[in-house]
Design a protein around this ligand. Structure first.
Ligand SMILES: N[C@@]1(C(=O)O)CN(C[C@@H]2CCCCN2)C[C@@H]1CCC[B-](O)(O)O
Ligand SMILES: [Mn+2]
Ligand SMILES: [Mn+2]
Ligand SMILES: [Mn+2]
Length: 305
């Protein structure tokens, strides 16, 4: 595996300080060395730097739109470059609004993508349905073709065009979905595996059915967008919106091992690690180590050795 890493120390898609520290924490836990140790070639493109945006008043109900739009434009260009240079792209967040730029930049190289979204949340509120205004709860609404008419004009978002089809999206780990999001998921017929399905089917069947779904027509490169809050907070407490009843470590890792063995993983986001939310030091350590192990699973580490 040839891997390109980009850090996006960005927090303006939500309101809690600390998530911008994620990229360097994940690096400090040895991501690059460990990827090399399992035979990957790795190029670390460093961290993006985001200019402060003055006077960023709310549009519709989306908060801090200028900052989010500008950051994601930068990220899109960076991800596109990494893909054009022939690497699988690892985007280290930062909050989940960064999936806007990551997926847009990945799609920019012309290919149709499948998106596997691993998260306690659907992150598919529109700027008009959002209950909080935080854009980390909205990224998918800007990216999906079928929702285009639901997105108002927003400052610093004119560069963004939707780039994925609803039928090419699969969610895993849902357990905190707003009513408006649930309506959107049903209306678009988007494939979802909530924690109920994870319990009912077991993670192996969930992954089998995920792959059946995304490969049902033509095999496309996979964009895996992994929100660390998909994992149970007992394992990953250092995150902005923890929700009880999450994935075990084993289930989280199984997802990445299974996606890896498809041979189609083309980009992965690892987002929402926030050291200021972990409570104790070992809560932060546990969260960061899980993030690293998930990424190692994406690029060939298997538990059998
Ligand atoms: N849907 C949300 C939004 O703000 O839009 C509302 N929710 C918080 C809310 C707390 C009270 C019970 C219902 N849920 C967080 C979620 C966004 C998570 C973003 B992610 O990137 O962490 O997934
Ligand atoms: Mn989440
Ligand atoms: Mn998320
Ligand atoms: Mn979160």
């Amino acid at each position: 595996h040839s891997v390109g890493i980009i850090g996006a120390p960005f927090s303006k898609g939500q309101s809690r300080d600390g998530v911008q520290l994620g990229p360097d924490l994940i690096r400090a836990a040895g991501l690059v060395e460990k990827l090399k140790g399992q035979g990957c070639t790795v190029k670390d493109y460093g961290n993006l730097t985001f200019e402060e945006v003055a006077k960023d008043e709310t549009t519709g109900r989306a908060k801090r739109p200028r900052a989010v739009g500008q950051a994601n434009k930068q990220l899109s260009e960076a991800v596109r470059k990494i893909k054009n240079e022939g690497h699988a792209c690892v985007m280290l967040g930062g909050d989940h609004s960064l999936a806007i730029g990551s997926i847009h930049g990945h799609a920019a190289c012309g290919t149709q993508l499948s998106v596997v979204w691993v998260d306690a949340h659907a992150d598919i509120n529109t700027p008009l349905t959002t209950p909080t205004g935080n854009i980390h709860g909205q990224p998918m609404s800007y990216l999906i073709h079928e929702l285009r008419s639901k997105i108002p004009v927003m400052p610093n978002f004119s560069w963004l065009k939707p780039c994925i089809a609803a039928e090419d999206v699969v969610y895993i780990g849902l357990r905190d979905v707003d009513p408006e999001e649930h309506y959107i998921l049903k209306y678009l017929g988007i494939k979802t595996f909530s924690m109920t399905e994870v319990d009912y089917l077991g993670i192996a069947k969930v992954m089998e059915q995920t792959c059946d779904h995304i490969f049902s027509k033509v095999k496309k490169p996979i964009h895996l967008s992994y929100d660390i809050d998909a994992l149970d907070p007992s394992l990953a407490p250092a995150t902005g919106t923890p929700v009880v009843g999450g994935l075990t470590y084993r289930e989280g890792i199984y997802i990445t091992e299974h996606i890896c063995q498809t041979g189609l993983l083309s980009a992965v986001d690892m987002v929402e690690v926030n050291p200021k939310r972990g409570g104790t030091d070992n809560g932060v350590r546990s969260t960061v180590d899980a993030a690293v192990d998930l990424l190692l699973g994406c690029f060939g580490r298997v538990r059998e050795g």
